[in-house]
Design a binder for this molecule. Sequence first.
Ligand SMILES: Nc1ncnc2c1ncn2[C@@H]1O[C@H](COP(=O)(O)OP(=O)(O)O)[C@@H](O)[C@H]1O
Ligand SMILES: [Mg+2]
Length: 289
Amino acid sequence: MTDPAQPVSQAQARMDAYEQQQRAIEKRAGQIRHIVLVMSGKGGVGKSTVAVQLAWSLAMSGQKVGLLDADLHGPSDALMTGTEGTRMSTKDGLMQPVSASGGLKVVSMAMLLEDPDTPTIWRGPLRAGLLRQFIADVDWGTLDWLIVDLPPGTGDEPLTIAQSFPDADGVLIVTTPQKVSQQDCRKAINFAHAVKLPVLGVIENMSGFVCPHCGEHTAILQEGGGQQMAEQMQVPFLGSLPLAPEIALLGDEGKPVEGGDVPDTVSEPFARMVDAIVHRVEETEEQDA
Ligand SMILES: Nc1ncnc2c1ncn2[C@@H]1O[C@H](COP(=O)(O)OP(=O)(O)O)[C@@H](O)[C@H]1O
Ligand SMILES: [Mg+2]
């Protein structure tokens, strides 16, 4: 027992604040049905594209969906959801997520910055602190899904998120077909094993290009590497997405692929990917029950 006559030490006060925040995190997590973490070993392989489009597709099917951009150094989700330039407001002491089309709730570092070109020059503990605030101090409400878009690699942010959501449904690994990406993704898979989160599966992005003029199929960055890696690491393979100019354009324009002006060669693989992820989440839920 603390002696009421003694001033509470600063360390104790910090500990109390941390525990209070931990309880707030657990309360928020308890109001979210499914939590999916999107990871990869490398940057630029399409994590944000997959996270944003998955979140949007689920939201457009009428579900309540949040998208947490946990990439504090390279936040892309505001731009990719058409919410760039909108700042988060505060109500009753809680940050309010920004609403994208389809009712998707987005939270990103970009929504705290005055200028999107300002770099975040923060060491690990500060980044971990902000991510915890992005869970504890955001008015997420009840959600069917929270999709977390992680920065590349297996550093502070994935660890903070994994520790904040020990009961998350699992981790989705995004890779391009090349060996150089697979190698780093194997580390991301082993990270998920180490923090005891299920690996939902692997998505191979930028897998093949269909020429819009002649229809010829070219494996620009090779093909099949994601599936091979999934087999080797004994985790499910959940499908591939083609390399397509429409995907890059819609990303830059902040628009959803679903319902967008895209050929079937693009919309169908996206729809199959979303179905495979939802199916896999339901499957792991049944296994746990
Ligand atoms: N399948 C694809 N076809 C074309 N461009 C893509 C594809 N996937 C991603 N991109 C583009 O590549 C860039 C990097 O993708 P992004 O999702 O930001 O990767 P990450 O989050 O892994 O760094 C973005 O401009 C995005 O629009
Ligand atoms: Mg990204």
